[in-house]
Each structure stands twice: as structure tokens, then as C-alpha cells.
Design a protein around this ligand. Structure first.
Ligand code: NAP
Length: 240
């Protein structure tokens, strides 16, 4: 039977690419998304056309009850080998103008999302004595970006949680790592000042979703069996 990879926020962008790549690697996919049925169905079709199974799981990762209601019945018979905590979003504004919900919503999707998904699946991974948790953080966790104090705090928190969890579960052969993308061509970049951004990137161009899915594929593979608690920056050299 194929191993299963659960990817959150996979109807579009980086998550969709990760889902398709892990399917090519031989995983069946549990594909979470929040709202975009049409795009999620397209990703599912591509995965199924490539010969793998794909289960669509529509819920908000920040909603613990919704996560439990969706995953618990599945976990009675199957356990994902890989979780990719990818769902995330931005609500950029200077802190002085930031509304409380803009702070809370961004923190919640990233950090509650990580907690809700990982907490629900982890007991089964620990029982199986195998698994990979891969958290998608951001270059914003590592250096200052004006207007992103909410997003930077959330992603830096996720980096720290990655390291703590890695130590907690290493003896049960569950490996936990983070991937920090720089500027990757997806809908998330809409409205950002591209000319200024390109000047910050030593490689002089934006990344593509497959730059991120390539390292996730590696971290999910047998080749990465001695890597845990690490953060991989895939950002064209920003701040190096
Ligand atoms: P994107 O193109 O905006 O796609 C976001 C995906 O997340 C969509 O599938 C969306 O689902 C889903 N999503 C959002 N909130 C969710 C929630 N509460 N519950 C479940 N699903 C949710 O974003 P992206 O650029 O691919 O970003 C993916 C990850 O990489 C995020 O964590 C982001 O912070 C991180 N990242 C991106 C960049 C970049 O330059 N693109 C840079 C650094 C880090 P629906 O559309 O179905 O609602």
C-alpha cells in the first residue's frame, strides 16, 4: 500500500505543487484546502491521472474541531507518513495600523494550524514509529520585513516549534524540519513591489513552487533519514 502525505493549503500555489510532487514520488495524497473547490479538484484530477489516490479535505486548519472531525475518522484505519503544514496567508500592514483580527488571524492559521494538524496525527505516527513533519515557514521569520510583524512572528514561532518538536519525537523516528521560502511566484505575491523585491534577491529572480516542492520531496524521502530539527532556506540567497 502507498504511503500517505497530508498537505495543508494545497488547492493552489506551493501546496498544490508539493501535493503533485509527492504523488509523483509515490504517495497517496490527503489534500486539505479552505475554500477553492475548483482549484482543489484540478489538483486532485492531476494526481489521479498520474495514478495515485487523492482525498480532498476541506476545512480551516485554524479550527480544531473541524480538523478533528475531518481527520479522526480517517485515522481509525490509516496514518499519513508525511504531514506538510503549508497553509498560510498574509495580512500585511504596519503594526501601527494593524487591527487585532489581522494579528490574530495570521498567527492562528500558521500556529494553531500547525498545532491542530500535528497534534491530531502525531499519536498515530509515534505509535508507528515513523513519520515526517515538514513545516513551511518563510524568509520573513529570519529578517525584518515592514508590514509583516504578524506574519514574521507566526513564521518565526513555527521555526521554534519545529525545533522543539524535533527533539520531543526523535526517539520514535519522527523527523521534523522546516522549509523557509523566499519570494515564490504564487498568488500570495499579489500587490507586492516587485522591482524592490528583485533587488533584494542575489539570484535576481523569484523562486517557483517547484523549488520548494523539490526540498520537501527530499525531506519526505528515505535519503533524509538523518535530518531533523533543521530549517532550510530556499530564497535565492536573501540575507546571506
Ligand atoms: P497561496 O498561493 O496564497 O495559497 C494558499 C493556500 O493555502 C491555498 O490553497 C488556500 O486554500 C490555503 N489556505 C489558506 N488559509 C487556509 C486555512 N485556514 N485552512 C486551510 N487552507 C488554507 O500561498 P502560497 O504562496 O502557495 O503559500 C504557501 C505557504 O508558503 C504559506 O504558508 C506561505 O506563508 C508560505 N510562503 C510563501 C511564500 C511566497 O512567496 N509565495 C514565501 C514564503 C512563505 P483556498 O484557496 O482553497 O482557500
Amino acid at each position: 500500500m502507498a504511503k500517505i502525505a497530508l498537505i495543508t493549503g494545497a488547492s493552489r500555489g506551493i501546496g498544490a505543487e508539493i501535493a503533485k510532487t509527492l504523488a509523483k514520488d509515490g504517495f497517496d495524497i490527503w489534500l486539505n484546502y479552505r475554500s477553492n473547490d475548483t482549484e482543489a479538484q484540478k489538483v486532485k484530477n492531476e494526481i489521479e491521472n498520474a495514478g495515485r489516490q487523492c482525498l480532498l479535505l476541506k476545512f480551516d486548519v485554524a479550527d480544531y474541531k473541524a480538523v478533528e472531525n475531518s481527520l479522526n475518522p480517517l485515522l481509525e484505519t490509516q496514518t499519513p507518513y508525511v504531514i506538510v503544514n503549508n497553509a498560510g496567508f498574509r495580512r500585511d500592514t504596519l503594526l501601527i495600523w494593524m487591527k487585532q483580527e489581522e494579528w490574530k488571524d495570521v498567527i492562528s492559521v500558521t500556529l494553531d494550524g500547525f498545532f491542530n494538524i500535528t497534534k491530531t496525527v502525531l499519536p498515530f505516527m509515534l505509535r508507528n514509529r515513523e513519520g515526517r513533519v515538514i513545516n513551511i515557514t518563510s524568509a520573513s521569520a529570519h529578517f525584518g520585513v515592514p508590514g509583516q510583524s504578524n506574519y514574521s512572528a507566526a513564521k518565526a514561532g513555527l521555526v521554534a516549534a519545529t525545533k522543539s518538536l524535533a527533539v520531543e519525537v526523535s526517539k520514535r523516528n519522527v523527523l521534523v524540519n522546516a522549509v523557509s521560502p523566499g519570494f515564490i511566484e504564487t498568488d500570495m505575491l499579489e500587490g507586492l513591489p516587485m522591482e524592490q523585491i528583485l533587488k533584494m534577491i542575489p539570484l535576481g529572480k523569484l523562486g517557483k513552487p517547484d523549488d520548494i516542492s523539490a526540498i520537501v520531496s527530499y525531506l519526505a524521502s528515505e535519503k533524509a533519514k538523518y535530518i531533523t530539527g533543521q530549517v532550510f532556506r530556499i530564497d535565492g540567497g536573501i540575507g546571506c
